[in-house]
Design a protein around this ligand. Structure first.
Ligand code: NDP
Ligand code: MG
Length: 380
């Protein structure tokens, strides 16, 4: 039996993690969860899974829940996230919160030697060097949940890092794949939230439309697989059937394929190095699909991807600025305060303004993160 702490239980990855846990009651037990503000869903989760510890976003949200569930321990806020991350009974932390708020809890869980199943890419983008260092020091495994990184991880099983020629990360292209920059000028929030292949949380769906999601994934891959940026390629592949590939020195390419269903990489992270049947997963019928398409990625059309490669290569606090500016700009777009193309303008301004700090510690990262959000908000 594996005991699981789940951060972001009410989100898209969170609820799909619950589906996986539900399908294997003799393998997994949910012991602790964190949620934000979705108390309706939190009630349902507590009734069904009976976690011992529940953290919510704010203290005011705790009162009613306490009365309703006297046997459950409740906590809240940033400290609450950490309590969930390090919960003594948990073997594995599934980090499915969105945004860099996931960073400190992840570092604390690593210190407590929890295995980390990581969906929360912002954590690795913001402070990949600190997370990887801490994981190495504590001999902790970081198992990817993001479908592209799970694909690469699966393709690398039994392989040696030194034999990698390059990683090929596939990108669906998001909601606006086939639109020109001119056509992007007047797109609405509703258009942007309409992803062709994947059903995901609002923030990552916008990140997919701007291609920032792929940019964050490039930086995530750099850290997870210790691969230099010039050995990471991004390839447009509209069907989202090949989830990513690894090319080796001998010219062989190993790819991982499947229908776009996040429960598969989530479950693999929980069962690794084993696999379990996932009854509800749709099997891939390649004969029915017939054709797969690929296209070279255009870094001028998708500027956020170019910013990400540049920030990643610059290192230091540049990726922190990239991520924080993006989080603030996407929040502003979701609030109707800026247009779609302004998201990239805000990120570019924040990157241009920043004086890079090399090899930053946690405090410096948190300061830069906060300053960047303030700066972007001051431009709105
Ligand atoms: P959602 O927006 O659907 O869910 C986010 C979760 O985090 C919710 O439970 C939300 O709570 C909680 N949350 C948000 N902010 C805070 C906060 N400040 N404090 C505490 N809890 C908070 O996101 P997704 O599930 O789509 O994505 C989660 C992460 O996984 C992201 O990093 C994303 O990039 C990554 N990812 C997602 C994929 C997907 O298919 N969705 C695929 C690959 C990676 P509540 O709703 O209760 O307010
Ligand atoms: Mg992904």
């Amino acid at each position: 039996m594996k005991y699981i702490s789940l951060m972001g239980a009410t989100g898209s990855v969170g609820t799909q993690t619950l589906d996986v846990i539900k399908e294997h009651p003799s393998e997994f037990k949910l012991t602790a969860i964190s949620v934000g503000r979705n108390i309706e869903l939190t009630r349902k989760i507590i009734k069904e899974f009976k976690p011992e510890l529940v953290s919510v976003a704010e203290e005011s949200l705790v009162t009613n829940l306490k009365a309703e569930f006297p046997g459950t321990h409740f906590t809240y806020g940033r400290d609450g996230l950490i309590e969930v991350a390090v919960y003594h009974k948990a073997d594995v932390l599934v980090n499915a919160v969105s945004g860099s708020v996931g960073l400190t809890p992840t570092l604390e869980a690593i210190k407590e030697k929890k295995t980390i199943a990581i969906a929360n890419k912002e954590t690795l983008v913001t402070a990949g060097h600190l997370v990887m260092e801490e994981a190495k020091r504590n001999n902790v495994s970081l198992l990817p949940v993001d479908s592209e990184h799970s694909a690469i991880f699966q393709a690398l099983q039994g392989e040696k890092e030194k034999n990698i020629e390059k990683l090929i990360i596939t990108a669906s292209g998001g909601s606006f794949r086939d639109r020109t920059r001119e056509e992007l000028r007047n797109v609405t929030l509703e258009d942007a939230l309409n992803h062709p292949n994947w059903s995901m949380g609002a923030k990552i769906t916008i990140d997919s439309a701007t291609m920032m999601n792929k940019g964050l994934e490039v930086i995530e891959a750099h850290w997870l697989f210790s691969i230099p940026y010039d050995k990471i390629d991004v390839l447009l592949h509209k069907e989202s059937i090949i989830h990513s590939m690894v090319e080796f020195h001998d010219s062989s390419i190993i790819a991982q394929l499947g229908t776009p269903d996040m429960r598969v990489p989530i479950q693999y992270a929980l069962t690794y190095p084993d696999r379990l049947i996932l009854q509800t997963a749709k099997r891939l019928n390649l004969a029915e699909i017939g054709k797969l398409h690929f296209r070279k990625m255009d870094l001028e059309r998708f500027r956020c991807l170019r910013f990400s490669f540049e920030a990643g290569k610059a290192g230091g606090t540049m990726p922190t600025v990239l991520n924080a500016a993006n989080e603030a700009a996407v929040a502003a777009f979701l609030d109707g305060k800026v247009s779609f193309l302004q998201i990239e303008d805000l990120i570019e301004k924040a990157l241009n303004k920043h004086n890079n700090i090399s090899n930053p510690g946690l405090i410096e990262i948190q300061e830069v993160d906060e300053e960047t959000r303030k700066y972007v908000n001051s431009l709105l």
